[in-house]
Design a protein around this ligand. Structure first.
Ligand code: QAP
Ligand code: CO
Length: 171
């Protein structure tokens, strides 16, 4: 069932999520609800905290700019970044920060170790959009939003555009 996506400045987005311990039906329902929510809202990535569940769970289903699917659905539980290299810049958005997009600097490549919905160990070497999406979603698990990674100047642009008094209440 699709859930409501929590939007900034809701304080729940600052919570640090906890590791999943049981790979049971509750986890599977959470993953299914997250996917329904992501499909309904047109996202390419979603962390469990964005629907109010503070667990280390994220999903990714990447699309290119024309909306063509470029990856299968990935269900990622208890992820750890085990290797990072290089630097890259990409324009990011977030379902929890609607209608604001800005370039963020991140690692170019990351290797991530995680578990699937059954508790099996998985690891991937990610680059391109997948690397950025992993880093963006893992930030959510640590209570961090992408605008917190902007330069001071762009952060000011965020405050002005997103937090403008006229807009508060509409979010
Ligand atoms: C994170 O973001 C991400 O403002 C996922 O009105 C961002 O799915 C990964 C969205 C960049 C890789 C690169 C945002 C949809 C979706 C909005 C999203 C909106 C509608 C954001
Ligand atoms: Co996000």
């Amino acid at each position: 069932m699709a859930k409501r996506v929590i939007t900034y400045p809701d304080k729940r987005l600052k919570q640090h999520s906890k590791d999943v311990e049981k790979f049971d039906e509750n986890l599977h329902t959470l993953l299914d609800d997250m996917y329904a929510t992501m499909l309904e809202s047109g996202g390419i990535g979603l962390a469990a905290i964005q629907i109010g569940t503070p667990l280390n769970v994220l999903i990714l289903e990447l699309c290119d700019e024309d909306g063509n699917k470029i990856s299968e659905l990935m269900e990622v539980i208890n992820p750890k970044i085990i290797k990072k290299e290089g630097e890259t810049k990409h324009k990011e958005g977030c379902l929890s920060v609607p209608d604001f997009y800005e370039e963020v600097v991140r690692f170019e490549k990351v290797s991530v170790a995680y578990k699937d919905r059954h508790g099996n160990d998985v690891s991937v070497d990610a680059d391109g959009l997948m690397s950025i999406a992993f880093q963006h979603e893992i930030d959510h698990l640590n209570g961090k939003l992408f605008f917190e990674r902007l330069s001071i100047l762009k952060r000011k642009k965020f405050e002005k555009e997103y937090m403008a008094p006229a807009k508060i209440g509409k979010k």
